[in-house]
Design a protein around this ligand. Sequence first.
Ligand code: TXA
Ligand code: MG
Length: 330
Amino acid sequence: MEKSKFMKINCHDYSHEDVVKVSSVFKKGGLVIFPTETVYGIGADAGSDAACKRIFQVKSRKQDNPLIVHVDSIDTMKKFALTEEIELLPELEKLWPGPLTVVMRKKDNICNAASAGLDTVGMRIPACDFIREVIHSSGIPIAAPSANISGRPSATRIEHIISELGQKVDLIIDSGETIYGIESTVILPEGRKCTILRPGAYTEEDLLKIFDVVEYSVPGGKVLSPGTKYTHYSPEKRLYRAERSILIKYLEEHRGKVLPIITFETHEITGGDAIILGHENDPMEISHNLYHSLRLLDSSEYEYGIIESFPHRGYFTSIMNRIEKASIEI
Ligand code: TXA
Ligand code: MG
């Protein structure tokens, strides 16, 4: 396969030429790795079965796991999904552009590969102005999962991509570190109620400003979001998790073998080698650094890791969803 081409862009300050360049790759059915405010995506024309099938192949993604379709506006969304069925769409619009994916019934112009044969599609308006401009000017909605091999932590920096997918796509757009560092919240709205299929960068509290009732899809119950049933976000090395006091004790007994991934405050107590997630009262800093920290563990000399766990509150609920999938409780 031809070597991937690189370009650097600033999401909010870019040239028309760059927009045209990227649009032309999508128009030819190419695969493009691009930045969003959550994590990097690996995208293709959501109307093209052939292009979307390549995404599944390159990521080793299970065929029954649908892709999120990224559009630039509600007007564009209306062309590809039955938005009129979403009662609170005008209110949801206030959360876009942003880290929210709304599952709705799709129209026929979204290809079967993108929707994994379902009659629904997850729609999202990402915050990167450059990508929205590409979608707007090309008229192409972009089907894109996270830019990682399935099961691995999502990519939040370009260096994560080079090693995993570097040679397998047509274009890689580098825009530095992503902001949130964890993926969008996926919801299924039904009237004034919504179900969170995957917790994410927007919290239950954010959604309660719009919906009367917000529920989580029941763990172990019917799988509403196909992706949530697979192993996810895991480093290659074994990773344990524990809250601060247990983690400190564990470290005392296993020092030298285990690399802790902990908050600044916990490190003030433990000292020694560690990967610092951020400050305990700054969940944004912690989510921003989370996947990079998991990858640092893999590239370290240590045999295995232990990560600090947090109370399930506010945005920490979403962070804990990812930490729990990546680790084993002790
Ligand atoms: O922040 C994000 O959401 C990133 C960026 C690139 O936009 N994308 C992302 O995509 O995380 P992916 O494919 O890694 O995760 C998409 C999740 C999966 O759990 C998938 O099953 C679910 O969304 N999903 C997509 N379409 C769906 C649908 N029609 N019904 C239910 N769940 C859906
Ligand atoms: Mg993913």
